[in-house]
Design a protein around this ligand. Structure first.
Ligand code: TRP
Length: 363
């Protein structure tokens, strides 16, 4: 069986270091590993509209931002198909059929949908499109017969829902679709990078993100004002590294060479953590180190982003071509689905012949 990757992001803002640690970095490694037969990276504009319905301009503006982030991180249109979700109409058609395979009760139990309903106080007023986006996400994944979906931990309920839909489709209509596997980051700090304010998640609306497009000064400012351990008041005080986002970021981004380069009095992160926990290590010193580490990660990305941004029309062209390739693949899968579902009337010669016979016998 072919090994196929599909993943994507909602274009609701430029991508941040949480996206990078949680998924983007891994995607680029997988792309360059040569272990995959096909790779599809989708800008999920239609899904973004499910909760930004009144804000189409925001979605429209951010498509190019996300595309630039992709290219800057090293996703390569020669190796990966980069495309826009709304330009592949087959995904809507598939969603429509999958809706028959999922109950309202099951969607209400989807942990992501459940939290959103609670957080936004939706109750019964949840828009149907938003409520059913796990079904549309199943279409995104299955249209490409993806075997592997590299995403952050927050997407796990979506992949689970997709697997159930595939299972049910294949059970009812015969083996047609492929059950995908989630691929989580292997570094546990990357699973869910907290915001610079220590809140569980980076989110544009909370203003606690470091963006891949941030300038050197912006990064420094954000790092130096990061939330740390509120009980670590004086340098001598013992500090906590658990739940301290500065250390979580170091877990995600630093390596032993960074210590050699910027903080040679420590061999590695364990030694730094031990000193902080003991007391006698100030936050400013740790933050300066984190700033150096992050600048090294983000500098080449930012520079490539600026280079790519010099030719925007060619990026739209690339996305257009990618969307055409994606559409062909989705159309192929949809044709197989329709034949399994017995709604392929005009391609089915036997059907037409048999019906003709049936009626000629009764005449
Ligand atoms: N739900 C994903 C997010 O919010 C975006 C997405 C849409 C996606 N369809 C997908 C991710 C299919 C992986 C596979 O980031």
């Amino acid at each position: 069986m072919k090994k196929i990757i599909l993943t994507g992001d909602r274009p609701t803002g430029p991508l941040h270091v949480g996206h990078y640690a949680g998924s983007l970095k891994r995607r680029v490694e997988l792309q360059n590993s040569g272990n995959f037969d096909e790779i599809y990276i989708m800008i999920a504009d239609a899904q973004a509209l499910t909760d930004n319905m009144e804000n189409p301009e925001k979605v429209r503006q951010n498509i190019i931002e996300v595309a630039l982030d992709y290219l800057a991180c090293g996703l390569d249109p020669k190796k990966s198909v980069l495309f826009i979700q709304s330009q592949v109409p087959q995904l809507c058609e598939m969603s429509f059929y999958y809706m028959n395979l999922v109950t309202v009760a099951r969607l209400k139990r989807n942990p992501t949908v459940k939290t959103e309903i609670q957080m936004r106080n939706f109750e019964e007023r949840i828009p149907v499109g938003f409520f059913t986006y796990p079904i549309s996400q199943a279409a995104d994944i299955t249209a490409f017969k993806a075997t592997t979906v590299p995403v952050g931990e927050d997407q796990a309920p979506m992949i689970e829902q997709t697997r159930e839909i595939v299972h049910r489709f294949n059970h009812v209509y015969g083996e047609t679709l492929v059950e995908p596997n989630i691929l989580l980051p292997d570094n546990s700090a990357c699973l869910r990078l907290p915001g610079t304010d220590g809140k569980a998640k980076m989110s544009k609306s909370l203003g606690n993100c470091i963006y891949l497009s941030d300038t050197e000064d912006e990064i420094k400012k954000k790092v130096m004002s990061m939330y740390t351990d509120p009980t670590h008041l004086r340098v001598e005080d013992p500090g906590h590294v658990e739940g301290n986002p500065v250390f979580t970021y170091l877990d995600a981004f630093s390596c032993d060479e960074d210590f050699e380069k910027y903080l040679p009095e420590y061999k590695n992160l364990d030694e730094l953590k031990a000193h902080y926990t003991r007391g006698g290590l100030g936050d400013v010193k740790v933050k300066r180190f984190l700033n150096n580490v992050l600048q090294d990660v983000l500098r080449p990305i930012r520079e490539r982003r600026i280079e790519f941004s010099k030719d925007i029309p060619s990026i739209y062209k690339m996305l257009e071509q990618g969307s055409k390739i994606a559409e062909q693949k989705a159309a192929q899968t949809l044709a197989e689905m329709k034949s399994a579902m017995k709604i392929n009337y005009f391609e089915d010669k036997d059907l037409i012949e048999n019906q003709a016979k049936k009626f000629s016998n009764s005449n």
